[in-house]
Ligand binder design. Structure first.
Ligand code: NAD
Length: 484
């Protein structure tokens, strides 16, 4: 069962910020893999645009080095690599200046899909959109891809939406959240809406609670300056965790199309209750024997920015009233893992008596590592000696279940960039969704600012602050272990 590749017609793609970290690590290797997979046709034109003084030839060298470093697929031929590099061009320009724009406009084809990837800071989104428009590159076949962060609060997100809307229609704007491009995230929709088994139970009558964990082992690394102004709430919760929450909680859309899916996601965000300070814990990692702590990483000993958030969210609608959603994310935690766990209620009555213990089904959707799905089922412990019950996992790790084909599954950036070219916005955030997410997070952040709240310290390599454990203990529940 090889993964099906539907080739797309040749297109033009401009990567603004084509010499940046994201372009090098993610965008260019993703394009190369789609090229090798046969999805991108020869003649497709890729144009890097940035401020560096490069020529086409030196940009090709730059991209070749990036592929050496970051392309994890090694089964391509030298011919494929040379052909891919030959289709690359470079235009030197400043997003806020005038030089280079005419040359870029001259390179763009007529009658082709044209995509502009804004892999630059958000302050440049407006100047880029305006210049694309002014130089005649914002026609109906054009689309723009914008990276996170999309604003830092509701007001700035609204401003950005308004600015982009002056030059592009909403149907041309692709706000990327690479979490939505992950295979398992889409599988979440397949599991929910492609099976009869789960959806009837997918509500507060049967689900005790849901946990969403995105744990990282790394610290803020080289992004200290940006991160210290953002924090985990803005960097992770407002976008990635919120999107996962939407997909797990939304009503079945009438069909799998962008408007229907995004309408349902928006309804979830709008049904979220405000979170009180007692329902949220923010933390900051400490140094350990080997590595510096948060303060040293961001070179700001007075920083009160959080590198960890745990919170209890509640969705006030018919389906979910009474079922809490616990969200947690942080840096320098015990393991790098992202998962969603749907914890079902216990059976209403145990015919096996109290000694059989308490058991519940848990459906776990693992986003990383080892993408897959796991269902804990209660069975009899094998052997004589009465009816003792144990929980065993029905485990479907995709690489095991699907064999080598699972290795060929495109990564998030590959899939999302191809969706842009095909004009499919289902896995991208709509402007009103982003604004609604900020409308929910803004009061939380404002309350921290008003109280001058300090995050609680936690040990690097731990599961986060003790207070986060207490958040669930108070409800008679506990977090799943953070482990690979
Ligand atoms: P970077 O600093 O490594 O690269 C920035 C790029 O923008 C460079 O190519 C630079 O030449 C170009 N640039 C800067 N100012 C310019 C100007 N005035 N005119 C034209 N080009 C200009 O940044 P990055 O890490 O590649 O991130 C790019 C965007 O993607 C940022 O908004 C970032 O928040 C977002 N992002 C990055 C990552 C990541 O892993 N790096 C992940 C998610 C989102």
């Amino acid at each position: 069962m090889a993964s099906r590749v539907i080739p797309v017609d040749p297109f033009d793609l401009v990567i603004f910020g084509g010499t940046g970290d994201l372009a090098r690590r993610k965008i260019l290797p993703a394009l190369f893999r789609r090229y090798c997979a046969g999805q991108m046709q020869p003649g497709t034109r890729l144009i890097g645009a940035a401020r560096a003084e490069l020529t086409d030839a030196s940009y090709r060298d730059f991209v070749a080095a990036a592929l050496d470093e970051f392309d994890i697929v090694h089964n391509h031929t030298d011919e494929q690599r040379s052909a891919f590099l030959a289709d690359l061009h470079y235009v030197r320009l400043d997003a806020t200046g005038e030089d280079g724009w005419e040359r870029l406009a001259g390179l763009m084809s007529r009658d082709r899909i044209k995509a502009y990837y804004f892999s630059v800071g958000p302050s440049l989104f407006g100047p880029l959109a305006e210049r694309l428009h002014r130089h005649g590159m914002a026609d109906a076949g054009a689309r723009i891809v914008v990276e996170k962060p999309f604003g830092r609060d509701l007001e700035t997100a609204r401003d950005l939406n308004r600015t982009l809307a002056q030059h592009f229609d909403e149907s041309q704007i692709y706000r990327i959240d690479h979490y939505l491009g992950k295979e398992t995230v889409q599988n979440l929709m397949a599991i929910r809406f492609g099976n009869m088994l789960f959806e009837p139970l997918w509500n507060s009558q049967y689900v005790d609670h849901i946990q969403i964990t995105v744990a990282e082992t790394v610290g803020v690394g080289g992004r200290g300056d940006y991160y210290d102004r953002a924090g985990a709430m803005r960097d992770m919760v407002q976008n990635h965790l919120m999107q996962l929450l939407c997909l797990i909680a939304m009503e079945p859309p009438a069909k799998f199309d962008p408007a229907a899916v995004r309408d349902e996601k928006l309804k979830v965000i709008r049904a979220l209750d405000p979170v009180s300070p007692a329902e949220i814990v923010r933390g900051q990692y400490l140094a350990d024997a080997d590595k510096p702590g948060y303060h040293e990483h961001v070179e700001n000993p007075a920083s009160t920015t959080e590198s960890f958030v745990a919170l209890r969210a509640q969705i006030s609608n018919w389906r979910w009233a009474g079922t809490p959603f616990y969200l947690r994310t942080g840096k320098r935690l015990r393991a790098r893992t992202s998962e969603i766990a749907v914890v079902f209620k216990e059976a209403p009555h145990s015919i096996f008596g109290a000694e059989a213990g308490r058991h519940r089904n848990i459906l776990t959707i693992r986003l990383q590592p080892n993408e897959g799905i796991n269902l804990d089922v209660t069975i009899k412990e094998p052997g004589p000696g009465g009816m003792r019950l144990i929980d065993v996992p029905l485990d479907m790790t995709f690489t095991e279940a699907l064999g080598p084909d699972a290795e060929d599954v495109p990564d998030a950036y590959e899939r999302l960039i191809m969706d842009v070219i095909r004009g499919n916005q289902t896995l991208f955030m709509r402007g009103d969704e982003v604004e609604a997410a900020w409308a929910w997070t803004d009061p939380i952040i404002a309350a921290w600012d008003a109280d001058e709240a300090e995050p609680v310290p936690y040990d690097s390599g731990s599961a986060g602050p003790e207070e986060a454990l207490a958040l669930m203990h108070r409800d008679g529940r506990r977090w799943r272990e953070i482990r690979v």
